[in-house]
Design a protein around this ligand. Sequence first.
Ligand code: CP
Length: 349
Amino acid sequence: MTRAQPTGTAHLRAMPLPSLAKFRGRDWVTDQDYSRDELLELIHLAVVLKDLWARKRVTAFLPGRHLGMIFEDPSTRTRVSFETGMTELGGHAVYLRPGEMHLPARESIADTARVLSRFFDAIEARTHKVSALRELAAFATVPVINGEAGDYDHPIQSVTDALTILEYGGRIEGETMAFIGNGDCMCNSVVMTFTRLGMNVNCAVPPHFPLRDEIRAIAEENCSRWGTRLLVTEDPVEAVADADYVYTSLWWWEDPPEYVAEIRRKNRALQVNEELWERTKPGARFMHCLPAVRGDEVTDGIIDGPMSMVWDMAENRKHFQKAVVLALVGIEELPSDPDLQPIGRALLS
Ligand code: CP
């Protein structure tokens, strides 16, 4: 049985794909290296791949190709979506954890990058520091894809979220996003990605975890380009008042119990709950990158409510990441399956 596809992306399914050969060989260390049009072109490819998947078509564009996946931090969605996505593309993925490989004790990032480039056609990496990701990309000779840089950004998540917004609302540009939570890597990506894609962003962050000046500067440059607005406040009610989408993320990660108790106390007013939801616009949607700690940053009534998009956001990770891996790795020849040829022609042109 095929699955009905979202009406919000019907226009993209009906349109021919743009030329995609320009993506081949590039890194995805930050989405800010990609223009707004390029991000939308990758979303378009994801929509077409998702449609093929929904119609149960085999999309083996990358037989004999390999994706390395380095995870310094745990993951459910990122690991599973890259691995299943690579399998659906006809390729193979290898999960690598520091401690189970020589990185970082006996082998440098640079040497690891040189060696892995001899085996893999692309390398996905989740690192604690963005500096490690940038170093990996500098020494790898195959595309490096950011699977989250803990101290900086999570762009594969936030651009996937733009696909989900398009599915629900049919448009991205001109919409308003509210982010409620710490000024952490997810906040940074929401602010940078959505301002780049032409949305207004309202960011409610606490004084003990503010939005970083460098992120604000990037977002303000994006806003001046598109005539949109970045609002930074400590007041979640102000942030959600005119928002079409309300986004939150984890307050703590692998932190000691004392930190968790303190951040729960300090962030109490930032919880996305029924009381805050009464202050949102009618029809506003709830977003969370997951995992969620129910009762901390969000209540059950919101994450499980009709306003929640979170399970579609999780599923779309696979569809968007397949688009990124396929566009960055590229293909050598037109597939023989006529259903795959529109994508094949776009990748080769
Ligand atoms: N949202 C996200 O990246 O989830 P994981 O940490 O499970 O990969």
